[in-house]
Design a protein around this ligand. Structure first.
Ligand code: ADP
Ligand code: ZN
Length: 231
């Protein structure tokens, strides 16, 4: 028998498949925190908004269907969102599990999700709306590689240029005051009830999203009883 806390047990533990959902308002750092968690634990990071944006940029049929809705800050139809998630998850490249960001965003999507997948935990990043505005307005994306910057604490070396590929830094089409107000309203109205559903199942760990990204990641690791973040 392997003793509790021994290295063998620890190694064994780290190979268990894990399925997480990450939630939080716009600019709370879902994308950043998911990426940090996914790279060390070999999880597949599924960002539904990124998949839609990729389709818009590449002028696909789906892109044409969602472009205007997204730019206005509204949610696209449940059928389209569920279709994207279903298709991504049927690829079965997630041997060690996945972390999904941007889904579910309303009660119907939550029901669909819970019928299809059992999850191990929901990470809820909490950020006050005033801080959301400050962060979202300072956000820039590279139009070449999609790398994401923040003019508050993560500026590129050369103004307006991506450090990685030299691409042009642009604002997301929905990072305007008007669209952000719609997105926040949608979030509070439709996505908060999803949290209540998950809370009833005792899946939710609540994390303060205000500290720097390494501290937030560390707090997630502690809350989910995962190995510490090595930074
Ligand atoms: P944010 O959380 O900052 O608003 P995302 O990148 O997650 O941004 O999503 C951008 C947009 O993509 C949303 O405003 C919405 O139009 C669409 N979208 C993403 N996920 C969903 C979803 N699960 N259901 C409906 N629409 C979605
Ligand atoms: Zn780039």
């Amino acid at each position: 028998m392997i003793a509790r806390g021994s290295p063998a047990r620890y190694a064994d533990y780290s190979y268990r498949m894990r399925k997480y959902v990450i939630m939080g308002v716009q600019g709370s750092g879902k994308g950043t925190q998911s990426a940090l968690l996914a790279s060390e634990l070999d999880l597949v990071h599924i960002a539904v908004g990124d998949i839609f944006r990729w389709n818009v940029q590449n002028h696909t049929k789906l892109g044409a269907q969602v472009r205007r809705t997204m730019a206005a800050g509204e949610l696209v139809s449940d059928d389209l969102a569920e279709g994207v998630v279903k298709e991504r998850l049927t690829q079965h490249d997630w041997n060690y599990g996945f972390i999904i960001d941007g889904f579910p965003r309303n009660e119907r999507q939550a029901e669909f999700f819970l019928e299809s997948y059992d999850i191990d935990g929901v990470i809820y990043l909490v950020l006050p709306d005033c801080e959301v505005r400050r962060r979202v307005m300072a956000r820039r994306l590279c139009d070449g590689c999609g790398m994401d910057y923040n003019l508050i604490d993560n500026s590129p070396r050369e103004e307006g240029r991506c450090d990685v590929c030299g691409g042009k830094l642009v604002q997301r089409e929905d990072d305007t005051q008007e669209a952000l107000a719609v997105r926040l309203r949608e979030y509070h109205e439709k996505t908060n009830p999803v949290l209540d559903i998950f809370r009833r199942k005792e899946y939710v760990v609540t994390i303060d999203a205000r500290p720097d990204k390494a501290q937030v990641q560390q707090a997630i690791r502690v809350a989910l009883k995962l190995p510490p973040y090595r930074g």
